[in-house]
Structure formats: structure tokens, C-alpha cells
Design a binder for this molecule. Structure first.
Ligand SMILES: Nc1ncnc2c1ncn2[C@@H]1O[C@H](COP(=O)(O)OP(=O)(O)O)[C@@H](O)[C@H]1O
Ligand SMILES: [Mg+2]
Length: 253
């Protein structure tokens, strides 16, 4: 059976004045896969993710999600597509002044007239999917560990319809053990919800562990796309250098 393409990026260029951030990216992401974007700091990973959710508009080229060209949608249509997409920001970006359940149920609090009690219950159900329980519901983000914060932001990202989940550096700043539990969470959510996941990381261990396919970005160019095995066997010198550095960390840890 042919794979269904849910995100299609065609000849995407992004410029800020003279600076060229993304250079002619072409990419297809399939339904239900975990696609991991790797690359060094400043290579354009977060910028690419921001285009996938329509937060940034390309200078040239286009991004289609579920067959719709994001660059041609008005704000209302874009909102409707975004409902199907959850975004776990690099720094978690939880609202500090809201409790855990209010963060997770934020969409429902803002956009529906459901009673608070019902939304709180909904939020607790969603928290269970990321292996957190009711005891954290009334805490504030400042009372949580780094790993728990990531779980809560992941819960918020899947609170909508969760067809596509985008993660920006979900394991950065976490210790290796917590990082592995976040990796397992990403895989288990894909298995449970059948969602398509796009994960940005510079963590080679994570990438090899969770990816169906990996894309390597270098200075705004998508240099290589392949299965973890294909990436490991890549003959591209930039890919090799990145992998070897990443694997040195594996040997040390
Ligand atoms: N709003 C912006 N204006 C100008 N340059 C930006 C902006 N955001 C990011 N950049 C630049 O784009 C490049 C890629 O950034 P980014 O996508 O955040 O990289 P990564 O996530 O791979 O570390 C960097 O050189 C960064 O300085
Ligand atoms: Mg980044």
C-alpha cells in the first residue's frame, strides 16, 4: 500500500534580509511515522518546524499539510489545521500562572463553554496518556521536575485531535535516564494514537532509537534523508562527522 503523505515541503526557502536560513528544502512526511530531524545548533531545525505548523511563512516554496497549502490559508483555516497539530516547544513553554490541568486543558478553557470540572477531568485523562496522574493536576509548573514539564507540554500538545505532533528538542536539558523515558513516551504515543510525529533533536542516541526515518540538516540544507541504518551508513562527510560526534557521547555515557 502506498504511504499517505501528510506533510509535504516543496522547495522551501527562508530568508531574513541577507541571511538565508533554509535553502530549498524538499521533504515528504508519511502518516504514522516518526520523522526525526537532526543537525547541529543553528542549522535550521527549529525554523523548519515553525514552517510545518505555519508559524512562519516561506520566502519561497510551500508547505502542504493534509493536502492544504499553509501559505494560502487565511487565519481561520490555519487555526482549523493547527487543531490537528500539537507543538511541544523547545523550552516546554507552559503557562507558569496556570496549574497543570489548566495548561493541558487550555484549548478547552479558551475555546469551549464546557464546565471547568469537565475540562479538569478531560485533562486528567490526557495526563494519564503521558504517565502522569491526578496528583499533579493542581500543581504549578514551577513545582515540577524538567521531565515532568516535558510530559505536561506533551499532554497539552495531544489534547486536541493530535494527528500530528511536533517536538522541538524534547530531551534537551534532561538527564539521560529522563531523556530515554521521553523517547519511550514519543514512541508509545505514536503506537497508541497513530499520530505522525516530527521530532527535532541534536541527540543522536534518541534519533537512532525512535526514528522511522531521519533527515539531516546542515546550514539550512537537507543533506540526507533515510532510515537510521541508511544514515549510519551515509558516506556524506558532514553526516559522518555529526554521527561520529554523537556516537562518542554514547560511548562515554
Ligand atoms: N527570527 C530570526 N531572525 C533572523 N535569524 C534567525 C531568526 N530565527 C533564527 N534565526 C537564525 O536561523 C538559523 C537557524 O536557527 P534555528 O532554526 O533556530 O536552528 P536550530 O534549531 O537548528 O538550532 C540560526 O543562524 C539563527 O540565528
Ligand atoms: Mg532549535
Amino acid at each position: 500500500m502506498p504511504k499517505k503523505v501528510v506533510i509535504e515541503v516543496k522547495n522551501l526557502w527562508k530568508r531574513f534580509g541577507d541571511r538565508v536560513i533554509l535553502k530549498g528544502i524538499n521533504l515528504e512526511i508519511y502518516e504514522g511515522e516518526i520523522f526525526v530531524i537532526i543537525g547541529g545548533s543553528g542549522s535550521g531545525k527549529s525554523s523548519l518546524l515553525k514552517h510545518l505548523i505555519g508559524l512562519w511563512k516561506p520566502s519561497e516554496g510551500c508547505v502542504c499539510v493534509f493536502g492544504k497549502d499553509l501559505t494560502k490559508l487565511d487565519d481561520k483555516e490555519l487555526d482549523r489545521i493547527r487543531l490537528k497539530m500539537g507543538y511541544v516547544f523547545q523550552e516546554g513553554a507552559l503557562f507558569d500562572f496556570l496549574t497543570v490541568w489548566e495548561n493541558v486543558g487550555f484549548y478547552y478553557l479558551e475555546h469551549t463553554k464546557l464546565p471547568k470540572k469537565v475540562i479538569r477531568q478531560k485533562a486528567i485523562e490526557i495526563l494519564k496518556k503521558v504517565n502522569l496522574d491526578e496528583t499533579v493536576a493542581d500543581l504549578y509548573p514551577s513545582q515540577l521536575s524538567g521531565g515532568m514539564k516535558k510530559r505536561v507540554s506533551t499532554a497539552r500538545a495531544i489534547a486536541g485531535e493530535g494527528k500530528i505532533i511536533l517536538y522541538d528538542e524534547p530531551t534537551s536539558g534532561l538527564d539521560p535516564i529522563t531523556s530515554r523515558t521521553i523517547d519511550e513516551l514519543i514512541v508509545s504515543l505514536r503506537d497508541k494514537l497513530g499520530s505522525t510525529s516530527v521530532v527535532v533533536t541534536h541527540d543522536m542516541i534518541s534519533a537512532l532509537k525512535i526514528a522511522d526515518r531521519i533527515g539531516f540538516i546542515y546550514k539550512g540544507k537537507l543533506l540526507e534523508v533515510g532510515t537510521p541504518q541508511e544514515i549510519l551508513n551515509s558516506s556524506n562527510p558532514f553526516v559522518r562527522e555529526f554521527i561520529e560526534k554523537g556516537l562518542m557521547v554514547i560511548e562515554k555515557s
